[in-house]
Unconditional design. Structure first.
Length: 310
């Protein structure tokens, strides 16, 4: 199995204080939390950070881990030294209740160090399959409104998983993208050391105006011929309410794309809003409208096919 350098995972020195370890853990946990992180390996890194903190925050666990020495490197092949019994610095064997929380998503390396010889079982220590285990994580999917991703929300969803259908209240974090997952702690499969988590994969409901790609928003915006020709300032409606100002330059054409930086889904960095202009022609459905079009045809030297040849 691979050796885990818990100090390197948290980014601290081996002599780091308890306060420094706690601050490093909080920083790394925020960075790799699967609900908000964009890192491709966020879930794995988040679990590694939690495992490292579980060891280094505990005086006895840290002392036992430090007995392995400082010459090991992260990822190096590891086997417990001869005679290793998983005790905490000579403090004796743990009871089963002391160890129940230790086996959730932690690695084989963790178990090899801290999982040995539990006292309190008739005839000797517990066997590996008798140790308390955390229930498995489960997955489901939810659809949210685009507005909820722009400003955050609390919503109720009926979700389906291996545990059946349930109605749950879910906090939707501001800035979440399609494909990201919201973790509901303790809502997964039950286990003797506690239930696993429920991971909800997010998708957006179709929006009548906006399309979404990553954190970017796309909108086709109709404009009148005189707005496109003469230029104007418009208020573009936003999915979460309100509007954003857009200046349309003079002599704009259909298909012109304009970018409003940072007006997409919030994040670090935030997405952009891309507006594509669509020149909409007024209908010639009255005598006055027909006369106006006839006047333009007579007075404007405009040939839309002049570059197509004869």
């Amino acid at each position: 199995m691979e050796y885990k350098d818990y100090y390197k995972i948290l980014g601290v020195e081996r002599c780091a204080s308890d306060d420094a370890i706690r601050k490093a853990y909080r920083k790394q946990a925020r960075k790799y939390h699967p609900d908000v992180s964009q890192e491709p390996d966020a879930d794995t890194r988040f679990k590694e950070v939690g495992e490292a903190y579980e060891v280094l925050r505990d005086k006895d666990k840290r002392a036992a881990y430090d007995q392995l020495g400082a010459n090991w490197q992260q990822g190096q092949d590891f086997r417990p030294p001869p005679g290793w019994d998983g005790s905490f610095g000579g403090g004796g064997q743990r009871t089963r209740s002391d160890a129940q929380a230790d086996f959730g998503d932690f690695s084989d390396f963790f178990s090899s160090i801290f999982g040995g010889g539990f006292a309190g079982h008739a005839g000797g220590g517990f066997h590996q399959h008798e140790r308390a285990t955390r229930g498995q994580d489960q997955q489901s999917k939810i659809q949210i409104d685009l507005a909820d991703a722009l400003q955050g929300a609390k919503r109720q969803f009926t979700v389906s998983s291996a545990s059946g259908q349930r109605t749950l209240t879910v906090n939707i974090p501001k800035g979440i993208k399609a494909g990201q997952k919201i973790r509901l702690n303790g809502q997964g499969q039950a286990g003797s050391a506690g239930a696993g988590d429920l991971l909800l994969e997010v998708a957006f409901k179709p929006h009548p105006l906006y399309k979404v790609e990553g954190r970017d928003l796309y909108l086709n915006l109709p404009v009148a011929p005189w707005e496109a020709a003469l230029g104007t300032s418009l208020n573009v409606p936003m999915p979460a309410g309100g509007s954003v100002a857009l200046k349309v330059p003079a002599d704009s054409r259909s298909g012109r794309r304009m970018r409003l930086k940072g007006k997409g889904i919030p994040g670090n960095p935030a997405g952009d809003l891309f507006v594509t202009l669509e020149v909409a022609l007024p209908p010639a459905d009255t005598d006055k409208a027909k006369a106006f079009y006839q006047q333009m045809a007579a007075e404007l030297p405009f040939d839309p096919r002049r570059n197509m040849g004869s």
